[in-house]
Design a protein around this ligand. Structure first.
Ligand code: SF4
Ligand code: SF4
Length: 461
């Protein structure tokens, strides 16, 4: 049964839907004592996991049972924020008599970070450079687990819930076929409520700026946040590397706030962003090599630059650039300390999400985005062959070929870490390249993506 669960998950192309995109079939072959179900949804403004739980808690619990059995865990623990009372009630109603438990989290950021979730629910600290299975835990997101339940019933990943929030007339959450143009999803919420807007895909803390509204949604896009182009969440991301370095060199006062609030530092990892910024400031990168390679320990949560730093310096950007450069040079993470304990003051340095939202200038958008059951029907989808960690999928269809929703269009290359990709609509393959497969409806309708009342809310994949 264990092998067949992992095989079904691999066949269905399930990847970490919370943003990581790690192929779930690989996690499903791990060995663990505890399966932790991540329902924290800690990125501000995102609602897709919560909306999924409201209507389909039983699918998530079913997926949790399957994943628990696949990794040989004795327990599955669903972790939800206690403020999401309706979702908590839905999960409580769906829990079986035994084998799956519920635990409640405080409303802090970043409660959904895997390492923090493991610590907050089990008291175990994942070692530096490690992963949760190193301490006997496998973590899976709630959307991922609903897709695991679907996979075992033979349904591949072809759609997911996506929240649209921000400067839109009617914030909502939709079930969206993978590969739908982002602009068409955003348009379903009505006209923008600001003149010059930019879309962030994935959330305001860790998401990316969408370069063009024709970009397709992916399996890992939980939300699309529409913000004014001059909003700080946008301008911090669009600042050039040269500007980021110039500000760090000129302004850092070594106040330590970035380190004192760094969630990974507070967990006991040797990550001190103020020391890395100082190495950049004084050009001592060679001498401070440990604080350069500590970039490998950064989860890029954004706490240091979007909340902690009083001078709008961007330690995360600096650490991310260093990490990329180290990888380019083939340098591996030398930080491997184990047996760690969290910093004693950690409990007093948790940042309430409401305070974070206020500091980010997002309070006016922090409202509900209820599930909208209209069926989203794009006339054309573009399926990226790399929506996951690992190697891009290898295209297995030809131009002009007819496909049905769920047909395989991208296969995992032999011997590689990767994930399969499936057609998300019925149609004809319009184009195939090394990076994507485009599919058009057989009888295109005018007007782009349409939406009609239908069974969009009946599916949970
Ligand atoms: S982004 Fe900043 S706060 Fe978050 S883990 Fe990295 S250094 Fe720490
Ligand atoms: S919080 Fe800002 S000013 Fe303070 S040490 Fe960190 S980067 Fe420098």
């Amino acid at each position: 049964m264990t092998a067949s669960i992992a095989e079904a998950v691999e066949k269905a192309g399930v990847v970490g839907a919370g943003g990581g995109g790690f192929p779930t079939h690989v996690k499903a072959t791990a060995s663990a004592e505890v399966l932790l179900v991540n329902g924290a949804e800690c990125e501000p403004l995102l609602r897709s996991d919560t909306e999924l739980l409201l209507d389909h808690a039983e699918r998530v619990v079913r997926g949790a049972e399957l994943m628990r059995d696949s990794v040989g865990a004795g327990r599955a623990v669903v972790a939800l924020k206690k403020k999401n009372e309706a979702a908590v009630d839905a999960v409580e109603r769906a829990l079986p008599a035994g084998g799956v438990e519920l635990t409640l989290l405080e409303n802090v950021y970043p409660a959904g970070d895997e390492f923090l979730l493991v610590y907050d629910t089990t008291g175990r600290v994942v070692p530096e450079g490690g992963i949760p299975p190193d301490v006997g835990v496998v973590v899976s997101n709630v959307t991922t687990l609903s897709q695991v339940a679907d996979a075992v019933e033979g349904r591949p990943v072809t759609s997911r819930l996506v929240t649209v929030q921000g400067e839109v007339t009617e914030p909502a959450t939709f079930r969206v076929p993978v590969g739908t143009p982002i602009g068409e999803v955003v348009a379903l919420t009505g006209p923008p409520t600001a003149a010059d807007t930019v879309v962030l895909a994935g959330g305001p803390m860790m998401g990316r700026v969408v370069e063009a509204l024709s970009e397709p949604t992916t399996k890992t896009d939980a939300g699309l946040i529409v913000l004014p182009a001059d909003h700080r969440m946008v301008t911090t991301r669009t600042a050039t590397d040269a500007y980021v370095l110039r500000i760090a060199r000129a302004a850092c006062c070594q106040c330590l706030a970035c380190t004192e609030l760094c969630p990974r530092f507070l967990l006991g990892h040797e990550l001190m962003p103020h020391r890395t910024v100082r190495a950049v400031q004084y050009d001592t990168l060679e001498e401070d090599h440990d604080h350069v390679t500590s970039a490998f320990l950064c989860c890029e949560c954004g706490m240091c630059e979007l909340f902690a730093c009083p001078l709008e310096i961007q330690p995360r950007r600096i650490l991310a650039a260093l990490k990329a450069e180290l990888a380019r040079r083939g340098i591996e993470n030398p930080h491997r300390r184990t047996g760690l304990t969290a910093v004693g003051v950690r409990d007093y340095r948790q940042i309430p999400s409401a305070r974070l939202v206020q500091r980010l200038g997002l309070s006016q958008y922090d409202g509900p985005a209820p599930f909208d059951p209209r069926k989203v029907e794009p006339v054309r989808v573009v399926l990226r062959l790399q929506q996951h960690t690992g190697a891009p999928a290898r295209p297995v269809v030809d131009e002009g070929q007819r496909v049905l929703e769920g047909d395989l269009v991208g296969e995992i290359p032999d011997g590689s870490l990767g994930a399969r990709v499936h057609a998300s609509i019925d149609g004809t393959v319009e184009s195939v390249s090394e990076s994507e497969v485009a599919i058009v409806l057989n009888q295109p309708q005018a007007g782009g993506a349409t939406a009609r009342r239908g069974r969009g809310g009946d599916q949970s994949s």
